[in-house]
Write a protein that binds this ligand. Structure first.
Ligand code: C6P
Length: 420
């Protein structure tokens, strides 16, 4: 295998991420935890800093220069996000704190007002807790019930089972585009088309896809899509909800307060226009503007290039991990050229606790995540309390995979020798 693209892409961008150029325990840092949160390039850091150094003011309120600048940059970021996912209009992008908040807005605003006893919600067993718990709360409040799509033998979403579960009672389907634990890429276009045939609405949790592959919400046809900025090079505290305009128009506000109103009287209020109707209170202005910078940065590299490069990383990661005895990776295998899944691997090694692995790897400067990755129901299916997870992004290299796999093998040998 040649790593021509790696040399061009990771080598080209690496110096944009100053945090990666450091040592942990006197070893060069290898950051393999981007599914939890990505690192931020200088373009994003500088945008945030410039905003606070030059333009900081509240938005939509003042007539003074700084407020006008802040408002223009904040609304400009909305335009960038809308274009990035090909929304039909800027009104369809609501800034939120993160994907979790975006899902809660849909669950409370739409779910609470549309679901009733006898209605059904379809989720999958691989959903992040953020896409389970809000629906459980709404189901409890409305009397609706939840059905879960399971996995095939190859540990992907069972599309046939989905087809057998969906029916006229299904009012909403909420599914991850890419699983943060299994790494599988779900056939969302097909799922959306089927959901719509039954008149059900559909929400796509795109937390793990928006940072890594081109997303076109109009081509996809979803009703809502959510993502978190911090997984796509932006700061924490900013994410977005995409919703079809007609749906967002019809949904009542979830949070009440400043910004989201048109008129307030002592006994009632009238709603502001979209998207402000859902953005009560002072928003994360600098963070939203920095999200706009992240979108610019990703667009300049090209999501196709990122996706292709990550396929190379995936192929290499799997080739190496699969050579380790007694190591079990969850989710589907990629093709030889790394297609069909995300550049992440959740795994367990027989007889060794995942958190022990990650603690010892940290001493080698390698950052991986261990735990249940907020997918407890999925881990329970595998009879595992948690797993170790290496998750990569376009700034990672095959040399880092080599170092990681070598350190992992040594760690496993160490534990095996202690247990003998
Ligand atoms: N997954 C992970 O390490 P928030 O916390 O709102 O930014 O994102 C929630 C979320 C929703 N859906 C998916 C598919 C996700 O992966 C996440 C976040 C992180 O896997 C933190 S648990």
């Amino acid at each position: 295998m040649t790593f021509t693209q790696e040399k061009t892409l990771a080598a080209k961008v690496r110096s944009d991420f100053p945090i990666l150029d450091q040592e942990v325990d006197e070893k060069p840092l290898i950051y393999f935890d981007s599914a939890a949160t990505s690192q931020k390039p200088l373009a994003v850091l500088n945008t945030l800093r410039n905003y606070y150094e030059r333009d900081n003011a509240n938005v939509h309120r003042g007539a003074h220069t700084l407020s006008i600048r802040a408002t223009e940059a904040y609304e400009g970021a909305r335009d960038k996000v809308a274009k990035f996912i090909n929304a039909a209009s800027r009104q369809e992008i609501v800034f939120t704190r993160n994907a979790t908040e975006a899902i809660n807005i849909v669950a409370y605003s739409w779910g609470l007002n549309h679901l009733k006893a006898g209605d059904e919600i379809i989720l999958s067993v691989m959903e992040h807790h953020s896409n389970i718990v809000p629906w459980q709360i709404i189901a409890q409040k409305t009397g609706a019930s939840i059905k879960y799509v399971g996995l095939t033998e190859s540990e992907e979403l069972d599309l046939e089972q989905f087809k057998s579960l969906i029916c006229e009672r299904t009012k909403i389907v909420a599914i991850a585009h890419v699983s943060n634990t299994l790494g599988c890429i779900n056939p969302v276009e097909e799922i959306i088309a089927i959901a719509h045939q039954y008149g059900a609405k559909i929400l796509i949790d795109a937390c793990q896809s928006v940072p890594h592959m081109p997303i076109n919400v109009q081509a996809m046809g979803c009703d809502w899509l959510v993502a978190s900025g911090h997984k796509m090079l932006a700061p924490t505290g900013i994410g977005f909800l995409y919703g079809k305009q007609a749906l967002l128009e019809e949904m009542p506000p979830f949070f009440g307060g400043g910004e989201m109103i048109s008129e307030v009287y002592l006994d009632h209020f009238t709603c502001g226009e979209l998207p402000h109707k859902f953005e009560a209170g002072t928003p994360a202005i600098g963070e939203a503007i920095a999200l706009g910078a992240a979108v610019d940065y990703l667009t300049e590299i090209g999501l196709d290039n990122i996706h292709t490069y990550e396929e190379e990383l995936t192929a290499y990661l799997f080739e190496k991990l699969e050579s380790i005895p007694n190591l079990r990776i969850y989710g589907p295998k990629p093709t030889k050229d790394g297609k069909g899944r995300a550049a992440l691997a959740s795994f367990n090694v027989e007889g060794i606790h995942a958190s022990d692995l990650s603690t010892l790897l940290d001493r080698e400067g390698i950052a991986i995540r261990s735990g249940h990755h907020c997918t407890q129901p999925l881990h329970r299916l595998f009879d595992a309390s948690g797993s170790a997870r290496a998750s990569l992004y376009f700034y990672n290299t095959c040399e880092e995979i080599d170092t990681f796999v070598k350190a992992l093998k040594e760690t496993i040998d160490f534990f095996n020798s202690v247990m003998e």
